[in-house]
Design a protein around this ligand. Structure first.
Ligand code: ATP
Length: 211
């Protein structure tokens, strides 16, 4: 069987249990041996004026701490090594070079990202090179059928049916990095939202504080 490379890309600002539970559920659903988290250096679709974000190196380190000891997850710094916006297309090209033409590339997204796919840089090629897996995420998963319909205006019927076949009903975990940054800004506890090692790191480095 061809090698299967499974990527979960994101800002991970910070990583939380929503990411980890989703990645595990996707891996179990498809029988993947490994999911590789790839934190973005400069995500093209993110900008949060209200809450502080953490530097890329810290976001990478938090993912590293979150996956330490796991035999299912690992982390790659491939996007941190590139300057400019972290385009998924460029990352897929690097992965192709690393693993060769025969490897099957999978890219996990949460349901909130499905409708945004056409805005991605070289989106048509991205969905050709990688098999996109869409995980459930409240409340966006209710809109998945409508989003798939809208995607028909941008991608071929064959591609949209591929996207649709790889929608996975993962557990609905209503946790976001925005919620965590907000809670930290308000000095509320973030216990149980993310691994303790990540919480300790945030404290030690004084990340996400408003002043
Ligand atoms: P933010 O609140 O800053 O927008 P986020 O919580 O959405 O962050 P990201 O790092 O932007 O986290 O997400 C990376 C990927 O993980 C995206 O594809 C996103 O859809 C998915 N994701 C994030 N949180 C969840 C969740 N709770 N359930 C399922 N998928 C999720």
């Amino acid at each position: 069987m061809a090698e299967r490379i499974v990527i979960f890309g994101g800002t991970f600002d910070p990583i939380h249990h929503g990411h980890l539970i989703t990645a595990r559920a996707v891996a179990e659903h498809f029988g993947f041996e490994k999911v590789t988290f790839i934190p973005a250096k400069a995500p093209p679709h993110k900008g949060d004026a209200q809450h502080k974000s953490a530097p890329a190196d810290d976001r990478l380190e938090m993912v590293r701490l979150a996956v330490t000891g796991s035999d299912m997850f690992d982390v790659s710094d491939v996007e941190l090594q590139r300057d400019g916006p972290s385009y998924t297309f460029d990352t897929l090209m690097s992965l192709r070079r690393m693993y060769g033409a025969d490897a099957q590339l999978y890219w996990i997204i949460g349901a909130d990202m499905l409708g945004d796919l056409p805005t991605w840089y070289r989106a048509g090629e991205v969905i050709e090179i990688a098999r996109i897996i869409t995980a459930a995420r409240p409340p966006y998963n209710q809109r998945i059928p409508a989003m798939l319909d809208e995607l028909r205006e941008h991608f071929s019927a064959e591609r949209v049916s591929g996207l649709s076949e790889r929608v996975v009903s993962t557990p609905l975990i209503d946790v976001s990095s925005t919620q965590i940054r907000r809670r930290l800004g308000q000095e509320k506890t973030v216990k149980y939202l993310m691994p303790d090692a990540v919480i300790d790191y945030i404290r030690r480095r004084g990340l996400y504080h408003t002043d």
